[in-house]
Write a protein that binds this ligand. Structure first.
Ligand code: FAQ
Length: 333
């Protein structure tokens, strides 16, 4: 999608030059200008972007696995076609995001290697199992709903390639969210057993969805710098609250009950109050001890190993085409 490796990493300017460049860089950010791959940027800005964009790309790729589990068991052809399209979109999102990261002088191979070696993070949410068909509804409604809340502001992120990738991704996520809500609404209006499935999925996915927004603002290490650089436009807690405020009425419209006895509309603040998040569970998932963490990594490594021949064939095909083109050029001279 983007030309790669346009920039060489900053030479070693003196600190006076550095300070001046940084001031000019921050002034551009403050003026809401987009930073492009060939522009000078502080090494810390570059590192933050590579970290966030690559974690985001990995999340899309690992995020295909919980839903992939239900592709062969979707309850109708219509549901199967929609789920297949959604999972394909997620693969595409991963590719746009790896391509955006590559404009920052890192290769996709390096990033994938970090994921497979267990050194890179991906979203905590994808370490939970999909036990029933209703979980596919809950993923679309809640997980894509949370992703949209977090990602719409990223369309205005200061780094051009990331912002532009996010515009297309958000359009597709909005379709994903609707298909999930439609599944939930069909189940919630169905038999008692179907309604119980929808309720069970909400019970399982509600708290992990709130954790997707990251640690509380007090604990978030990167938020201050990312907000100053306009990579992030809202804090983790602000986005989490927006998500709760938007989602709770949707759940009530389905006749479902949120698994939080402290969830209550607060007239004075104009927001829903909600109970404490189990941050120990979040820490455990990030440490690789989530219910499906080991399975997810095993599945990714297996897919990577089984794809060796595809990558080799693609490279051989590209080399052959290059050689044919060269030969045709020589023959024409
Ligand atoms: N899971 O200082 P902060 C999707 C890490 S895509 C795992 O607050 P930051 C589509 C964080 O990386 C979902 N790790 O960090 C889909 C950092 O670790 P590090 C993914 C988490 O970056 C739907 C440390 O904790 N979306 O769902 C999580 O300022 C359905 C400290 O945290 C994105 O990636 C977490 N939940 O804010 C696909 C959006 N939260 O790097 C399939 C872009 C935090 O120091 C099916 N990313 N950490 O080792 C972001 O907006 C930000 O990176 C945040 C975290 C908000 C996730």
């Amino acid at each position: 999608m983007y030309t790669q490796g346009l920039n060489s990493i900053d030479a070693h300017p003196t600190s006076a030059e550095d300070a001046e460049r940084e001031a000019r860089f921050q002034a551009r950010i403050d003026a809401d200008e987009k930073i492009e791959p060939n522009d000078w940027m502080p090494a810390t800005y570059r590192r933050t972007l590579v970290r966030q964009i690559s974690q985001h790309a990995h999340s899309e790729i690992v995020g295909m696995l919980p839903e992939g589990n239900w592709l062969t068991r979707a309850p109708s052809l219509r549901r199967k076609a929609a789920l297949l399209a959604k999972v394909q979109d997620e693969g595409g999102h991963g590719l746009y995001l790896y391509a955006a990261a590559e404009t920052l002088d890192v290769t996709r191979e390096e990033l994938v290697e970090q994921l497979l070696a267990g050194k890179a993070k991906y979203s905590s949410i994808f370490n939970y199992p999909t036990l029933t068909w209703a979980d596919i509804g809950a993923i679309g409604w809640l997980v894509d709903g949370a992703a949209i809340m977090n990602q719409i502001p990223l369309c205005r992120c200061s780094y051009g390639p990331y912002a532009r990738a996010m515009i297309r991704i958000c359009k597709e996520e909005s379709f994903h969210q609707r298909q999930g809500y439609e599944i939930m609404s069909t189940l919630a209006r169905g038999t008692a057993e179907q309604k119980a499935m929808a309720q069970g999925a909400l019970d399982r996915w509600w708290w992990p969805s709130l954790m997707m927004f990251g640690p509380s603002d007090k604990e978030s290490q990167h938020s201050d710098a990312s907000m100053r650089w306009k990579i992030k436009r809202f804090s983790n807690d602000d986005l989490r609250q927006k998500f709760v405020d938007a989602t709770v009425p949707q759940g009530h419209a389905l006749g479902l009950v949120f698994p939080d006895p402290q969830l209550k509309w607060n007239e004075a603040s104009g927001h829903f109050d909600f109970g404490p998040i189990d941050w120990e569970e979040f820490r455990q998932v990030l440490a690789g001890n989530g219910p499906c963490s080991k399975d997810r990594m095993r599945a990714r490594r297996k897919a990577h190993a089984e794809g060796v021949w595809v990558r080799e064939a693609a490279l051989a095909h590209a080399a052959k085409r290059r050689a044919d083109e060269e030969a045709a050029k020589l023959a024409a001279e």
